[in-house]
Design a protein around this ligand. Structure first.
Ligand code: GUN
Length: 306
């Protein structure tokens, strides 16, 4: 089987256009949605993500700021900043980029964010509401995946789905949303016995385990829909040869840059076994940012009553 691509970049562009239209409408009613991003420390991937988030927000007409702190920032300083943002009527969404520097209590920080401004949906209040099926901001990556599946008419009702990974950011909310959409969901992880056999049962496989090209042909049911949430950097020739065998363009890119991006799913194997799949890059990544912008607008409307 030669799989076709689920075009996350295109769906993301659609969501961003719709969000920009919603922002323009809000402006006519005197409200400019505001997004504040807190970035602490020097994690290189986080620096890139946060720049993309701020740029995307500005392009949609959202007022966006990134508040940068050194890795030596204290928990008290971050809590003070969050308190200030909670009280600022112009701030609709607060995003604390993860991971935080060592020594900072991530839960204490996330729980300090006003749930009405919790644009990532990470506050336990909103996690609880999501699990109960009540309106709540939905974590951006799983929300983006659901949007892609909906707009690409992927059948979920009655479908056997496996979510590979159990993180608070992706795996857990992904399983909740798929269950709500009437899929039959199994959450698998690194300790699951005979992982390939379990994943091979899945008509829909969502890989969010954070290991480069971990999902190989033996994990993929013939004709499955495969969603790859992973973004991993590989930096050895052996890894490049394993992930992109015989691919001269990738070998040249690796020689020039010294590293390459690969998802959690083996990029060659998925094309041979799946029916539809999301590529890396250009699949889930753009959807995450698109949903962040949409969440900001949703929070603005809800909080300001517009
Ligand atoms: N780090 C990796 N993914 C995310 C995300 O979706 N939100 C935040 N805040 N941090 C992240």
């Amino acid at each position: 089987m030669t799989a076709t691509i689920l075009d996350g970049a295109k769906v993301a562009a659609d969501i961003r256009r719709e969000t920009a239209e919603a922002v323009a409408e809000l402006a006519l009613r005197g409200a400019v949605p505001g997004l504040s991003v807190i970035l602490a420390g020097e994690d290189p991937a986080s620096q890139v993500y946060v720049r993309s988030k701020e740029k995307g927000a500005r392009e949609a007409g959202i007022r966006a700021e990134t508040l940068r702190f050194p890795a030596t920032v204290t928990e008290a300083m971050l809590l003070a900043e969050i308190g200030r943002l909670n009280a600022d009527p112009e701030v609709d969404g607060i995003l604390v980029q993860l991971p935080l520097p060592g020594g900072i209590g991530t839960s204490r920080i996330l729980e300090a964010v006003d749930p009405a401004k919790d644009v990532d949906g990470f506050h336990p209040f909103n996690v609880g509401r999501l699990v109960q099926g009540k309106p709540a901001p939905v974590p951006c990556t799983p929300a983006g995946v659901m949007e892609l599946l909906r707009r690409e008419n992927v059948l979920l009702r009655g479908t056997r789905a496996v979510v590979l990974g159990r993180s608070d950011i992706v795996g857990k909310p992904m399983a909740t949303l798929l269950t709500k959409a009437d899929a039959t969901v199994t959450v698998a992880h690194s300790k699951t016995r005979d992982l390939p056999a379990l994943c091979r049962e899945a008509e829909l496989l969502v890989a969010a385990i954070g290991r480069p090209a971990f999902v190989t042909a033996d994990f993929i049911r013939e004709g499955a829909v495969v969603i790859d949430v992973g973004v991993n950097r590989i930096d050895t020739a052996a890894e490049v040869a394993r992930c992109f065998p015989g691919d001269e363009a990738k070998a040249a890119a690796f020689a020039a840059k010294g590293s390459l991006l690969v998802g959690d799913v083996h990029p060659v194997d998925v094309r041979e076994r799946a029916s539809r799949y999301t590529p890396v890059p250009g699949g889930v990544g753009p959807l995450t940012i698109a949903r962040l912008l949409a969440n900001t607008v949703d929070l603005c409307r809800a909080r300001r009553g517009r």
